[in-house]
Design a protein. Structure first.
Length: 359
């Protein structure tokens, strides 16, 4: 196994972070080499993972967006009930807000909406919940629908959130329907075309952007380090299906946790003027894999360079994962540490159209 030097690691870090620029309408996380996209709910860059719901009934019970008859049903500081008589089917727990709303473990992420978007004449912003297609087929409670709305006093920040009504429900794409068929919790996203800082002539566009839950086939996806909590993944929908397939393959190898360096990052490939597939949220960087007994194999430390048949448990696991996702055509491109020094600490896996390459 080839030794990796400290200086080489520093150079690699600089390459991974070069040219990072992100801008999504719903504050999408900044993944794609060097960032795990961890967020902190309504005030952060990505919804925290708050569980995978089943069925299409009421959820967020007792919290923002949940059903209520009276204020006592909204058991959190400042909470009160917008009743059915006020135009909220089954009642809706809310909270006055300026721009942000609190989140709660086990509940769908919240959003501070303009009162008009909720059909009220209130003067303050009102908290609702974001759409969660892991909780219901419509993304919302019965009587509500998933619409793109702006943040109170910050209309440029737009997310999909639940509003009263059922006259114009969100229509999932074929890819999003496949996510639902697989039982993956997901939420639609919005994205404004961005440009790498050093290459404004290039466009970072995303095909069908979505958020997906970060626990797939029982395997949590953790950003940057094994200690981080799993957070929802911002990605192009077709890439989301590939990530799900990769998780299934990892689980078949006995993997219990995956550490990744992110998906979306509007940047060029280091040393070139070519847009990275990360700029299309069409690539993921796998940094390491944990197995039962909390054994962690990082690509940096466990990969056996230029070895077709690794001899160590970690080397064998990493080789099996990389060759498996390539041979099954889960990803079109798989770049390992054998490719170049810039990939010494991760596997870059993407869906470059018309390509089929691994090294």
């Amino acid at each position: 196994m080839k030794a990796r030097s400290y200086l080489r690691g520093l150079a690699l870090g600089s390459l991974l972070l070069a040219g990072c620029s992100t801008r999504a309408l719903d504050d999408a996380g900044t993944g794609g080499g060097g960032s795990g996209g961890q967020g902190s709910g309504d005030t952060g860059t990505a919804p925290p993972f708050t569980g995978h719901y089943q069925g299409g009934g009421d959820f967020n019970v007792g919290f923002i967006g949940g059903p209520c008859l009276t204020n006592t049903d909204c058991a959190y500081d400042g909470g009160y009930c917008l009743t059915e008589a006020e135009g909220f089917p089954g009642g809706m727990c809310t909270l006055d807000c300026a721009q942000y709303c609190p989140d709660q473990a086990g509940a769908t992420t919240t959003f501070c909406a303009e009162p008009a978007d909720l059909g009220t004449a209130a003067t303050d912003g009102l908290c609702t919940m974001r759409c969660n297609f892991g909780a219901a087929d419509t993304g919302c409670r019965p009587g509500y629908q998933c619409h793109a709305i702006g943040r109170n006093d910050e209309p440029s920040t737009v997310v999909y959130a639940c509003v009263p009504g059922e006259d114009s429900p969100y229509q999932p794409t074929a890819c999003e329907q496949e996510l639902a068929a697989r039982g993956i919790a997901w939420s639609p996203s919005l994205y404004a075309t961005d440009h790498p800082v050093d290459h404004p002539e290039l466009d970072c566009t995303i095909d069908n952007p979505v958020w997906i839950e970060p626990v797939l086939h029982g395997v949590p996806f953790r950003g940057s380090t094994l200690d981080n909590e799993p957070a929802w993944l911002f990605t192009a929908c077709p890439h989301a299906l590939a990530v799900d397939d990769a998780a299934a393959h990892a689980a078949s190898l006995g993997v219990t946790d995956i550490v990744h360096y992110g998906i979306y990052n509007c940047r060029v490939i280091a040393g070139t003027a070519t847009l990275s597939e990360h700029g299309h949220a069409n690539a993921i960087d796998f940094a390491g894999f944990a197995t039962a007994g909390s054994t962690y194999y990082s690509v940096l430390d466990a990969w056996e360079d230029d070895q077709p048949s690794p001899v160590t448990p970690g080397g064998a696991l990493l080789k099996s994962f990389a060759t498996g996702v390539f041979d099954a055509s889960i990803f079109n491109i798989v770049l390992t540490p054998d490719y170049n020094a810039a990939h010494d600490n991760h596997f870059h896996c993407d869906l470059t159209p018309g390509s089929h390459f691994m090294k």
